[in-house]
Design a protein around this ligand. Structure first.
Ligand code: DOR
Ligand code: ZN
Length: 364
């Protein structure tokens, strides 16, 4: 994608910043977990881990067992910390969420509208029915993470985020004025404007994560010269004016916008199928991809806050003391990756930016 403003004149060769965190990632389970977790742990110190496994993570015991599987799959010596989430269903027990949060197992809860995306069949069918859950979240200060799309078949797929904001998010925030909410992987100028409109008070309570792919691509990418399943994700990538709005938000220095990759690996065979899965595997070069965007926007000096400071600020966690270094060196991204699955086999995955060369290398 072309730059939308000029790069700064004295281009730096190296950028040292506090270690970033990924505030939204899918690490999967089993062989796929073994294959993908190192890519996230290489760059990020912590990550909010999505609970949309099969079956979904609905109890503290399930989350703790999953956390242990993630830790066991890490490369030796890694200090990566998975932060776990609970998957909201129509019948989830708010007392279980509170117990899990107080025990330090659940960092946040995730709301998928039923059938909005991968493994969301057990999601919420009627947000209004979750009153006891929201009462609990607001009382204990546990963040609600939203997949912000309506699922009605009559709503155009490109409008589902904007309709969700109007129909569900606005009323929810009015009913729960102190509940902390993250509108995840935002894709539209409407979402940017909405989050900006909620600013005020000492610390932000309504924030949004932004993915590298929604900053890098518009919807033409899915259809240029053929059908490109590797660019299909949910919420689906929108038109150019939305990409530009997201880029402005990401580099604005507004603490309500922070990094969340939504890296969502699917096997190549599941992406390149008659009915391909939604999700982009961007973990291998996510930080490098964000760095390219921030440089194109003349805002490399704001990358650290977006990647390493605003997320911890929202979650009430300290930023990392350790640093990482990005160096201006070309990084050729392979067309496909064959990653060891921990059982003597390999998983074949197509990484985001496959076949391209990125300008910043994460050292180490
Ligand atoms: O593209 C997506 N993939 N969006 C989601 O919300 C879920 C994710 C997945 O789990 O594959
Ligand atoms: Zn996701």
């Amino acid at each position: 994608m072309s730059a939308s403003s000029a790069a700064p004149q004295a281009a730096p060769r190296s950028l040292v910043m506090r270690r970033p965190d990924d505030w939204h990632v899918h690490l999967r389970d089993g062989p796929l977990l073994n294959a993908v977790v190192a890519a996230t742990a290489r760059a990020f110190g912590r990550a909010i881990v999505m609970p949309n496994l099969s079956p979904p993570i609905t109890t503290a015991a399930m989350a703790e067992a999953y956390r242990q599987r993630i830790l066991a799959a890490l490369p030796p010596g890694s200090r990566f910390q998975p932060l776990m989430t609970a998957y909201l269903t129509d019948t989830i027990d708010p007392a279980e969420l509170e117990r899990g949060h107080r025990a330090g197992i659940f960092t946040a809860v995730k709301l998928y509208p039923a059938n909005a995306t991968t493994n969301s069949a057990h999601g919420v069918t009627d947000i209004a029915k979750l009153t006891p859950v929201f009462d609990t979240l607001e009382r204990i200060g546990m963040p609600l993470l939203l997949h912000g799309e309506v699922t009605d078949a009559e709503i155009d797929i490109f409008d589902r985020e904007a309709v969700f904001i109007e129909r569900h998010l606005q009323p929810l925030l009015e009913r729960y004025p102190r509940m902390k909410v993250v509108l995840e992987h935002i894709t539209t100028s409407e979402a940017v404007a909405f989050v900006e409109s909620q600013a005020g008070g000492d610390s932000p309570r309504v924030c949004a994560t932004i993915t590298p792919h929604h900053l890098q691509l518009n919807r033409n990418a899915m259809f240029s010269g053929g059908l490109w399943p590797d660019f299909y994700c949910l919420p689906v990538i929108k038109r150019e004016r939305h990409r530009l709005a997201l880029r402005r938000a990401a580099v604005s220095g507004n603490p309500c916008f922070f990094l969340g990759t939504d890296s969502a690996p699917h096997r190549r065979s599941a992406k390149e199928a008659a009915c391909g899965c939604a999700g982009i595997f961007n973990a291998p070069h996510a930080l490098e991809s964000y760095a390219q965007v921030f440089e194109q926007e003349g805002a490399l000096h704001r990358l650290e806050a977006f990647a390493s400071l605003f997320g911890p600020g929202f979650y009430g966690l300290p930023p990392h003391e350790q640093t990482v270094e990005l160096r201006r060196e070309p990084v050729p991204v392979p067309r496909r990756l064959e990653l060891a699955d921990g059982n003597g086999g390999v998983e074949v995955l197509v990484p985001f930016h496959a076949g391209q060369t990125l300008p910043w290398r994460l050292v180490g």
